[in-house]
Design a protein around this ligand. Structure first.
Ligand SMILES: Nc1nc2c(ncn2[C@@H]2O[C@H](COP(=O)(O)OP(=O)(O)OP(=O)(O)O)[C@@H](O)[C@H]2O)c(=O)[nH]1
Ligand SMILES: [Mg+2]
Length: 438
């Protein structure tokens, strides 16, 4: 599979980088060559690849390595950023009245995705309704009807009628009062002429705001060809990659998206209507590169504190999870000596904290992160459930002593209490940063 192959060749290139002794021009050139090869083999546009490699080289050799980052991490970060710039931002999807037409080859996941989309808009507070314009596959009507009934989404279809265009005409009137109208269409084995013709006819009478092409993540190289053909006929407005929960890593989409100058709107990660997310380029690339951890690596370089870093309000409401703590430690660490900051907190809180609360060194952060990586989501969000048997498991999993895990939990409790103590006091991070000359 091209997708998998792209992922693994990119991973190999980065592995080579990580295991190399020093970062010099030769290493950078080698890595760039490997990346080029990986991208070209997966059908990414040649000039795009060339432009990207040029940028990686330039930046890797000229840009100063950000504080707190090793030269290798610096290069990995550049590769990652340049990949993101190739794949582009996600398709903009507005939360307003709209008509959406689903297109794609047989079995790509259109019908499932139709239900997922309906669910997505439903969760956002809009009223979706669905029309089944697949008169080709026996059972298509029942499949979509059942899915919609389960979601409580209005559904229109005509089981006996073979004229999809007619059905759409009537259907769109039937569901006129709904906010988001989603039309599921028939898929065929290949891009046959009759599929294209029917699609164009539906397109003409529907005049949709969005035409989403559903691509199976496993499809690889063929993705471009498909996207191009669909695009030539009705101009797709976004791509939805389905089945990303499988082994394929979805890299084929890069070519398809670049070929058509399109963007990715959503990704499907399972069979139920809930297994669906908006496409986020950074998460996608991390997956492709096999680096779950890339986000924290990147954050290292962000010197400024953005508002997502610390959710003060939620913390003051008493919701202070281990996850919050980690983010907070990291953020405060970026800002400088913690003592200085704590002393600026309202209510003389700084004075109330034990001395060791300030000693959040980079070392400790690293160790805490490894420990937290061995925790389950549940444990992170609700540390109270961590008893001695869990401590044992976590320490074993993270290669630490049980004492280290206990220390982390103790620290968390201390910070949690401190947060509670701050409740009521007005605390403005922005102001504080300004005060500190940041
Ligand atoms: N694991 C997984 N399976 C999926 C996903 N999306 C769809 N499927 C499965 O893929 C198969 C085909 O999905 P459909 O939604 O029927 O595909 P379609 O494009 O409507 O197919 P046709 O109408 O025949 O063209 C079904 O078994 C789905 O359950 C996904 O994101 N993950
Ligand atoms: Mg279908």
């Amino acid at each position: 599979m091209v997708m998998d192959k792209l992922g693994s060749s990119l991973q190999d290139a980065l592995k080579k980088l990580v295991s190399s002794g020093r970062i010099d021009e030769r290493t950078v050139n080698e890595v760039v060559k490997d990346i080029q090869r990986a991208l070209l083999q997966s059908d990414v546009n040649v000039s795009m690849v060339m432009e990207m490699s040029k940028k990686i080289k330039e930046r890797a050799l000229k840009e100063e390595v950000p504080k707190g980052m090793s030269p290798k991490e610096h290069v990995i970060r550049i590769v990652y950023q340049e990949l993101i710039s190739i794949i582009g931002k996600g398709t903009e999807v507005q939360l307003k009245e709209q008509k959406i037409m689903m297109i794609g080859l047989q079995g790509s996941g259109k019908t499932t995705t139709t239900a997922k989309l309906a669910r997505y808009f439903q969760k956002k507070g809009l009223k979706p309704a669905v029309v089944c314009a697949d008169t080709f596959r026996p059972g298509a009507y029942q499949q979509l009807k059942t899915l919609c009934e389960r979601l409580n989404v209005p559904f229109y279809g005509e089981e006996e009628n073979k004229d999809a265009v007619e059905i759409v005409k009537r259907g769109i009137k039937e569901i006129e009062k709904y906010d988001v109208k989603i039309i599921d269409t028939a898929g065929r084995h290949a891009l046959e002429k009759d599929l294209i013709k029917e699609m164009e006819q539906i397109h003409e009478i529907l005049d949709p705001d969005h035409k989403f092409l559903v691509l199976d993540a496993a499809i690889g190289q063929q993705a471009s060809e498909q996207a191009r053909a669909f695009n030539e006929s009705i101009r797709i407005s976004g791509v939805i990659i389905s089945k990303l929960d499988g082994t394929a890593k979805g890299g084929g989409a890069i070519s398809a998206v670049s070929e058509t100058n399109s963007s990715i709107a959503f990704i499907g990660t399972g069979e139920t209507p809930e297994d669906f997310e908006r496409f986020e380029p950074d998460r996608f690339i991390s997956r492709l590169l096999g680096m779950g951890d890339i986000k924290s690596l990147l954050e290292k370089a962000e010197e400024s504190l953005d508002k997502d870093d610390i959710d003060m309000e939620s913390m003051m409401r008493g919701k202070f999870t281990l996850k919050d703590m980690y983010k907070q430690m990291e953020a405060l660490n970026k800002m400088g000596p913690m003592k200085q900051i704590m002393q600026m907190l309202p209510g003389g809180l700084g004075a109330k904290l034990p001395e060791n609360a300030y000693q959040v060194t980079g070392d400790k952060l690293g160790r805490y992160r490894i420990i937290m990586d061995s925790m389950t989501e549940e444990e992170m969000l609700n540390p109270r459930i961590i008893g001695s048997s869990r401590i044992k498991r976590i320490s074993r999993g993270s290669g630490n002593n049980p004492e280290d895990v206990r220390e982390l939990l103790k620290y968390h409790k201390m910070m949690q209490n401190a947060m509670k103590g701050m409740r009521g006091g007005k605390f403005n991070m922005q102001k504080m940063m300004k005060k500190m000359g940041m």
